[in-house]
Design a protein around this ligand. Structure first.
Ligand code: SF4
Length: 323
């Protein structure tokens, strides 16, 4: 268990921008002035359709991508300015769980070696028996058996592979995990199992999560706070409870209306808000509010003036002229 206070933000993202030059003087503004923070031991869900910049945001927070502007502070230190020992300590503290464990785990290595790989990279190997013991401990921690260490990744189901991905990420005892759509490729019943496992591990180990997802269905069960992203911007940020009971931004309302409700009576009566068309290209986002081309409330002002993020309630922020 890490000894940090649960009140302290472990990650602070301030006005972060990540732009990609695309040639012909075009710029893809994947992340465009995004701010949020995550308290130690808590989870922020970062949600939006594919192409909204959420994965790029996660990768810029872990230092995998250089930033264009703004700041990412991990325990108060600028992630993109870390060098030498501090950089090494940071890469050990932060790990990523990927959407497709099959693509991110080496199919030619046995599971035991895959899990121990991080130990080798960070010079934490110890003796052979210590290593084997550690691998077994990790397999058991994620609900797998010790004998699975001698098998190959293709011998496992999607859910089991994701458990292996989690065991590998936890091997070097990180504090902060970026969960990059870890359940999107899994069946719904398996999604719940992985979310429950992540919650259990968080409680036992004091982990902090940035949980990236393309819809709001499972995010509720794991997140303390949720940030909704659209075309490189956060459009709404609040507690999970508030977001699901009082969604304020028209985009959040539309995303939420697509989440199935377990009660068949409620489900049959509820109105679904259909979003017209696809997400516009982030290379040439619409003028004014970026959501205006798909928003059912769009007015002249929305087509001309970009709304700023403003406080609309206790700990509740949204960017919309209607609010
Ligand atoms: Fe819709 Fe206008 Fe609000 Fe944008 S600012 S979300 S277009 S109502």
């Amino acid at each position: 268990m890490h000894e940090r206070s649960i009140e302290e933000p472990i990650l602070q993202v301030k006005n972060l921008k990540k732009y990609f030059p695309m040639g012909k003087n075009q710029i893809l503004k994947a992340v465009d002035d995004v701010s949020f923070e995550i308290q130690a031991g808590k989870t922020l869900g970062l949600v939006g359709e594919s192409g909204c910049g959420k994965t790029t945001c996660g990768r810029t927070c872990t230092g995998l991508y250089a930033k264009t502007d703004g700041e990412v502070l991990f325990k108060g230190k600028d992630v993109h300015a870390l060098r030498g020992k501090e950089r090494k300590a940071f890469t050990k503290s932060v790990q990523t769980i990927f959407q497709d464990p099959y693509a991110s785990l080496n199919p030619r290595m046995k599971v035991g070696s895959i899990i121990a790989e991080g130990l080798r990279i960070h010079h934490m190997l110890g003796s052979k028996s210590e290593r084997e013991e550690k691998v077994q401990e990790l397999l058991n921690l994620v609900g797998l058996q010790s004998e699975h260490a001698n098998r190959y990744i293709h011998e496992f189901s999607g859910g089991q592979r994701q458990r292996i991905g989690i065991a590998r990420a936890l091997a070097i005892e990180p504090e902060f995990l970026v969960c990059d759509e870890p359940i999107s490729a899994l069946d719904v019943s398996i999604q719940a199992q992985i979310v429950n496992l992540l919650k259990k591990l968080q409680m036992e180990m004091g982990l902090t999560y940035l949980f990236v997802a393309h819809d709001l269905s499972m995010v509720r069960y794991i997140s303390d706070q949720v940030a909704v992203m659209y075309l490189g911007k956060i459009v709404e940020l609040t507690s999970s409870e508030e977001l699901y009971t009082h969604p304020a931004h028209p985009y959040t309302q539309a995303l939420l209306s697509a989440v199935p409700i377990p009660d068949p009576d409620v489900e049959s009566k509820r109105a679904r808000i259909v979003l017209d068309g696809d997400v516009p290209s982030p290379i040439s986002p619409p003028q004014g509010c970026r959501f205006q081309s798909r928003c059912r409330f769009a007015s002249e002002k929305c087509r001309e003036v970009e709304p700023n993020m403003k406080k609309i309630g206790t700990g509740h922020y949204a960017a919309c002229h209607l609010l």
